[in-house]
Write a protein that binds this ligand. Structure first.
Ligand code: NIG
Ligand code: FE
Length: 431
């Protein structure tokens, strides 16, 4: 099986035909809580979305469609269910190679920490990423991104963190930007230079953090390659004090922060991130009560990553009930990466957030739309179908909204409007 992982020619994906979505999309149903209409739309009621110049101009019940729009070209929604375009708010999509060997090692009983301490883990992807050229990284990441997009993803975060040296981090971030431009999808880049200690800095963690905060981040930010800054705060990665040094550098540059927090142990990283107004704290299996309170105060999103939890045979659940009770918004993401979550389906993550973490279906769907958009600072553009926003929406051939989280292992035959273009059309009659 080589298909999804083998380098594909750029043109195969990049030149997929698309056409303008302008016009009146009729014969739709609107998924509850995922749109803003001027007029109430009943459950299952015949609805329409008007797109003009790539933006949503109007959403509402068919019978209330303003006459001004009646003469626009029509698109038949075939009775499908409309949701906003999906948002994958935490990925490490650009890297060289794969780490299937570690998957096998863990089945033999090795833990993630043991693999990392034995020189595997993140550092082995660093070797492969450093060896790859920018074009090679692009060619490897492109079919992965295309798979996510084929399932309705319209905005995605891509982190660096497998270069761990200025030129290689730059290479990853440049590839991330190029992917967004080539495929016509919103890409937010996150600088994760503090992901692991590169081997040449063994025993010199402070020197490496000085480089990350003092040289790498300012240089890459000046090149316009950084939308946010992240750190892996963990006993096998960086301490609270080192994390704070990177956050201070981000603050000086006016960049928002996020954190890989409390994945393997409680470091109280979430509380630190909250003090820096973090967009999100991610993983958070070991998040404490005080961490929840701090996140609520800062408005940080809790990003749940069931793919990593599952792959690492984790049994320590994130504190879902506490987050829910505190009203902390919960997002759900693939965490796509070659070590802990080689996953290319955001809908599968919604399913697993329900089955493994006991999210409700509406929570899981908010987690891959509006709360994920907020985790990227994109809440005004993505995650909701509403007048004035760019047109990003997906039409699903399902009867019930719960089906989006219910099926797993299948690729739904959906119609996708992204950046005001029809980038995928459901095959006729395949309902
Ligand atoms: O989000 N936890 C740290 N970073 C990644 C894993 C990276 C890797 O193992 O390559 C994560 O799970
Ligand atoms: Fe991650």
């Amino acid at each position: 099986m080589t298909e999804p992982h083998a380098p594909a020619s750029a043109s195969a994906c990049a030149l997929a035909p698309s056409s303008s979505a302008d016009g009146c999309w009729q014969n739709l149903r609107l998924a509850p809580d995922m749109f803003e209409a001027g007029q109430a739309v009943g459950d299952g009621e015949d609805a329409c979305i008007v797109v003009q110049q790539g933006r949503v101009a109007w959403v509402g019940p068919q019978q209330a469609l303003p006459p001004a729009y009646a003469s626009l070209p029509r698109h038949d929604g075939q009775g499908m269910l409309a949701t906003p375009g999906l948002v994958d708010c935490h990925t490490h999509l650009v890297y060289g190679g794969e780490r299937a060997n570690e998957f096998a090692m863990r089945l033999d009983g090795a833990s993630y920490e043991e693999v990392a301490r034995a020189g595997g883990g993140i550092v082995s992807s660093v070797r492969a990423t450093r060896e790859a050229s920018e074009d090679e990284l692009f060619a490897q990441a492109l079919p992965r991104l295309q798979q996510l997009l084929d399932e309705g993803v319209c905005a995605i975060e891509i982190k660096s963190g497998y270069g761990l040296a200025l030129e290689h981090e730059r290479k990853q971030l440049r590839v991330a930007r190029r992917l967004g431009q080539t495929l016509g999808v919103t890409v937010r880049t996150t600088f994760l230079g503090a992901h692991a200690l590169p081997p040449e800095y063994a025993g010199r963690s402070q020197d490496y953090i000085d480089l990350v905060a003092g040289t790498m981040l300012p240089a890459l930010a000046a090149e316009g390659l950084v939308d946010a800054v992240d750190v892996f705060c963990e006993r096998i990665a960086f301490s609270l004090a080192e994390t704070e040094q990177v956050f201070q550098a981000a603050r000086r540059l006016g960049l928002p922060v996020k954190l890989h927090a409390e994945q393997l142990s409680n470091m109280e990283g979430a509380a630190l991130a909250a003090r820096y107004g973090a967009l999100s704290c991610d993983h958070i299996e070991h998040l404490s009560e005080s961490g929840i309170t701090a996140m609520r105060g800062a408005g940080s999103v809790a990003v749940l990553l069931p793919g990593a939890y599952y792959t690492l045979h984790d049994t320590h659940m994130p504190p879902i009930a506490g987050l829910r009770a505190a009203g902390v918004p919960m997002a759900v993401s693939t965490d796509h990466n070659p070590g802990t979550s080689p996953c290319l389906s955001l809908l599968l993550m919604a399913n697993m957030a329900c089955t493994l973490f006991r999210l409700t279906v509406p929570e899981a769907l908010a987690g891959i739309t509006r709360h994920a958009a907020r985790a990227l600072g994109l809440q005004d553009e993505h995650g909701l179908i509403a007048a004035g926003r760019p047109a990003h929406f997906v039409l699903w051939p399902v009867r019930h909204v719960a089906e989006l989280a219910y099926w797993f292992g299948s690729k739904p035959d959906c119609t996708i409007v992204r950046q005001g273009r029809i980038v995928r059309t459901r095959r006729q009659g395949s309902h």
